[in-house]
Design a protein around this ligand. Structure first.
Ligand SMILES: [Zn+2]
Length: 95
């Protein structure tokens, strides 16, 4: 360990930490893109209205895919925080 110069060690740790963060962020985005569309979610869980299929809560939180103004919306349960579905603002009938 003492053979590695300290600045090289710091740079290596920084590089691997950065790569890990990018990897985790991309995995998180892929999981959000894999969410069903709103209608598919309702049909899959045989729901008449937007309800969490995990805890039956009707309180939802939504946010943009890339930023707050993104029209691609991700909807999560406000109670159990599970990601439920996605929709495109302006394209969905109840948007
Ligand atoms: Zn829930």
């Amino acid at each position: 360990m003492s053979d590695v110069p300290f600045p090289v060690l710091v740079a290596a740790v920084f590089l691997f930490t950065s790569l890990t963060m990018v990897h985790l962020a991309m995995r998180h985005q892929d999981a959000q893109l894999a969410l069903p569309e709103r209608d598919a979610y309702l049909a899959a869980h045989e729901l008449q209205s937007v309800t969490c299929a995990h805890c039956q809560s009707t309180e939802m939180r939504e946010f943009g895919f890339n930023d707050a103004d993104d029209d691609r919306r991700i909807v999560t349960c406000a109670s159990c925080r599970k990601a439920l579905f996605r929709y495109t603002r302006g394209a969905a009938p109840h948007a």
